[in-house]
Design a protein around this ligand. Structure first.
Ligand code: Z2T
Length: 837
């Protein structure tokens, strides 16, 4: 490995090489130095924003030292690396995570107090890195934390969106989207202007025979856009390993910036060209589980895949190994189908640019990729129109046609009797216009395909990929149940609970091996432990109550049962079922005598989540929740018995406050629709119980915590199809309780009923696709059980402690080890002990 500094001068470098602060004084010195020099501020004008910046820069220096060291070690050892390609990384804030992973938060807290600041306020200055929509993006962020913590040599690749997921404002009970320009001050990113890749679009393909008579394809005359790398350090917890997240930013290439236009006075036109190039990485698409087939989105996907593959291939080529070694050096995981273009792109690099034969190249491609599926919802499965593809990526379309032809030939030979199968499994859908089915391409180009929870992994084998199981056999398909990082979702979000657990387990080792949590089950009857546990939950509820008062002006009683549903707004997640249940509860209390009201278990129903900007039904549900809140929260008959809160702009940093404060959280999707869910795991890990359907990871949570410790209800996924069918063929009787709820909505007490008619009609007239009516009664009955169970606080506490102790399985560390073993075939690379790089 070549180093740029010659041997004789290296001694000077080593002598002055940056060192890490170790004491509180050294930390303070670094903060003050950064504030006074890097930021050019002083003690006379240092506000909380500057205090945050100084603290972040001090910790950044520490991360950078280990980051450089890690990358050098990886370059030198050249192990097989994992590349996680995800269009979304929902990272949230970095400072708190950096302090905790480095293990210096307590020192920093004291240091900041010496300098006149409260650490909480300093942390709160940071904006979330919100480069994701929901579960899929947050999963990618948890995976990065686990990969670093477990010392896997791994990189994340994504886009550096100028605008992350929009900020949600609630104005008069309606969602309003506000742009999230988050890059004003981002100390965590490092521009690498020297790492710039030319990315081509459009153009044409020229074919010719070379001297040896081989067909050669050249993709030419395209437009070039530059991809510029921006890197962010990803520190592991309690390890020196610091991995890299590389985000690509688009920029007009020098060749593209038209100087003739510029000089001839067409200044505007030349700037417009530049802006068009920069549009590629401008904005994150805000649709979760809906693909809209927009050209710019396809451009984003290719831009990111091509830049990442160029980078990966360049790194491989430095090692001078033979091409057949590529899959032994490189594992690429496709986070859903968004990066599927990486498959034809690698094939193109190998055959068009590196001159490999098709078969040799294709075998490398298949061994390199793994594909994770995150949904079975048909509207979320990506399809791109062939004409659009032809225009934007003509060479890739040819390669896809060739992949498909060879694949279909194979199918034809092996299933000669099933002529229909060819049409069903073809990558090209014979519609008008023809469409490229990205999920099929991802399956064909990968060696493993996984779902994200057991039920979901079973379902993909019997529904969307049924034919592919016949073709490739069942072993190509596997399950890796999702997990969450206990660093952020326990230690950071709930420091007091983490500390309590550590006090019983003799340290924080459980944060690196979450299965150790089982040992706290021994304390389930320990009086002191129970008292502390309960006090912590109460304190977390007080914190959320304070937040609710400060931000929303709504007073809630922290002793009430806190019932929380926070996730993206979607019909399949059924926030409508929840709010109909709330309306039912309201009607019930209203109808009671004052005597009976005294027996009611007080409750606060919290909701939170963004609706995709074009998803009218989801926006209607937000509006209904807000309107119900207006009525219920101001009804004197109700008082503290019921409050309804819509928490504005749900995001990662807010989740850190919300999740530890639940008594019950709701995971109530129509069975078979939620692939996994991950917040269900977060809530239980923090001492809340779940009301949920038999769906996604709820099923495995039940297996782990025991049936007595979860509130399951509703129809099973195997019955969903028949029930949907029945809605169309027989008069279905609406449950009288649900009818009453609808009558109440129609009465106009929650505002003009017309606004809600599409929502009500989707159930009473349009087939109730999500089976709200089928599940309503069992949902209400289950909430009754919850009320009763909650009144017995001792039994409730036992359930929550027992559940926490049984959540070890859901660490993303377990999940990453499964990927490493079953899919990537990679091993950790242990960092040297301190001072021995
Ligand atoms: C998403 O967050 C999820 C699936 C998607 O399918 C897209 C997005 Cl943006 C294309 C979620 C699933 O809905 C959820 O069940 C799962 O837990 C999460 O991905 C992570 O696997």
């Amino acid at each position: 490995v070549e180093a740029s500094i010659p041997e004789p001068q290296r001694a000077a470098w080593k002598k002055f090489s940056a060192s890490e602060f170790k004491t509180k004084d050294e930390f303070e010195a670094e903060v003050v130095r950064h504030i006074e020099t890097t930021l050019a501020r002083s003690l006379f004008n240092c506000d909380e924003a500057a205090a945050y910046a100084g603290t972040a820069l001090a910790f950044r220096d520490r991360l950078v030292i280990e980051w450089n060291r890690t990358q050098q070690q990886h370059t030198y050892a050249d192990p097989k690396r994992v590349y996680y390609l995800s269009l979304e990384f929902l990272m949230g804030r970095a400072l708190d995570n950096a302090m905790l992973n480095v293990g210096m938060k307590d020192i920093a807290k004291e240091g900041m107090s010496d300098l006149g600041f409260r650490m909480e306020d300093v942390i709160a200055q940071e904006r979330d890195a919100a480069l994701g929509n929901g579960g899929l993006g947050r999963l990618a962020a948890c995976f990065l934390d686990s990969l670093a913590t477990l010392n896997y040599p791994a990189w994340g690749y994504a886009l550096r969106y100028k605008y992350g997921i929009f900020k949600q404002e609630i104005v008069n009970g309606y969602q309003v989207e506000v742009p999230d320009y988050w890059l004003d001050f981002n100390p965590w990113e490092f521009p690498r202007h020297d790492v710039t890749v030319d990315i081509q679009f459009y153009g044409n393909v020229r074919k010719y025979m070379d001297e040896s008579g081989k067909q050669v394809s050249v993709w030419e005359n395209g437009e070039i856009v530059n991809a510029v790398a921006y890197d962010a350090p990803i520190p592991g917890f309690g390890t020196r390993t610091t991995n890299n997240l590389r985000l690509w930013s688009s920029k007009a290439s020098k060749g593209e910036f038209d100087f003739t236009k510029f000089n001839s006075g067409e200044y505007e036109a030349s700037v417009a060209d530049q802006q068009s190039a920069e549009t590629i990485s401008a904005v994150l698409y805000p649709n979760d589980s809906l693909e809209r087939g927009k050209e710019l989105r396809l451009k984003q996907q290719y831009f990111w895949c091509a830049a990442s593959l160029f980078d990966i291939v360049r790194r491989f080529k430095k090692s001078k190994k033979a091409w057949k070694e590529f899959p032994n050096q490189v594992a690429i995981q496709l986070n859903d189908t968004h990066p599927t273009l990486a498959i034809p792109e690698l094939q193109r690099i190998l055959i068009d640019l590196e001159g490999l034969e098709w078969d040799e190249a294709w075998s490398i491609v298949q061994k390199t990729f793994g594909y994770t599926n995150h949904t079975v919802l048909p509207e979320a499965l990506e399809k791109w129109s062939v004409p659009l593809f032809q225009h934007l990526l003509p060479r890739h379309l040819q390669i896809i046609y060739d992949i498909n032809a060879i694949f279909l030939h194979y199918v034809e030979r092996n299933f000669p009797k099933d002529r229909e199968m060819l049409g069903r499994v073809s990558v090209i859908e014979e519609s008008q216009p023809k469409m490229v089915r990205m999920a099929y391409l991802a399956v064909i180009g990968s060696h493993k395909v996984n779902g994200v929870a057991e039920l979901h992994s079973d379902l993909i084998k019997t529904t969307i990929f049924k034919d592919f199981v016949k073709i490739y056999g069942p072993d190509k398909f596997t399950n890796v149940t999702n997990g969450i990082t206990p660093r952020r979702w326990l230690h950071q979000a709930n420091p007091r609970l983490s500390e309590l657990i550590a006090s019983k387990l003799g340290g924080y080792e459980f944060l690196r091996d979450l299965t150790l949590l089982h040992k706290i089950e021994a304390y389930v009857d320990d009086k002191d432990f129970r008292k502390n546990f309960q006090e912590i939950k109460y304190a977390n509820k007080v914190r959320l109550a304070k937040y609710t008062k400060e931000v929303h002006g709504i007073s809630v009683n922290p002793s009430a049962l806190f019932d929380i549903q926070v996730k993206r707004m979607h019909e399949y997640k059924r926030q409508q079922l929840n709010i109909f249940g709330v309306i039912h509860r309201y009607l019930e209390i209203k109808a009671m005598s004052p005597e009976d009201r005294k027996k009611v278990q007080p409750r606060v129903s919290f909701f939170g989540g963004k609706a995709a900007p074009g998803y009218w039904m989801a926006k209607t549900v937000i509006h209904l929740i807000c309107q119900v809140g207006e009525v219920v929260n101001n009804d004197k008959d109700i008082g503290d018995l019921l409050k309804v809160v819509f928490l504005e702009d749900y995001n990662v940093s807010k989740a850190e406050i919300i999740v530890p404060a639940s008594d019950i959280s709701e995971h109530i999707s129509t069975a078979g629709t939620e692939a996994s869910g991950t917040s269900n795991m977060k809530f239980v890990l923090n001492g809340g119980l779940v009301i949920g359907t038999c769906d996604g990871a709820n099923i495995e949570i039940t297996r782990e915590v025991g049936e007595d410790n979860i509130f399951l209800f509703g129809v099973l996924s195997e019955d969903v199809e028949d029930l949907r069918h029945a809605h169309f063929y027989s008069e279905f009787n609406l449950d009288p309780m649900l009818s009453h709820v609808f009558e109440t909505i129609r009465s106009g007490i929650f505002g003009d009923a017309g606004q809600f008619s599409a929502l009500v009609n989707s159930i009473v007239e349009h087939g109730d696709y999500y089976l709200v009516s089928d599940d309503f009664k069992s949902y209400i009955d289950t909430h009754k059980l919850i009320d009763e169970a909650y009144k017995d606080q001792e039994t409730w506490l036992t359930k929550t402690i027992t559940s926490v102790s049984r959540m070890g399985f859901f660490s993303s560390d377990r999940c990453i080890d499964e990927y490493a073993e079953m899919i990537w075939n990679v091993e950790p690379l242990t960092p040297p002990k301190q001072n021995g790089a």
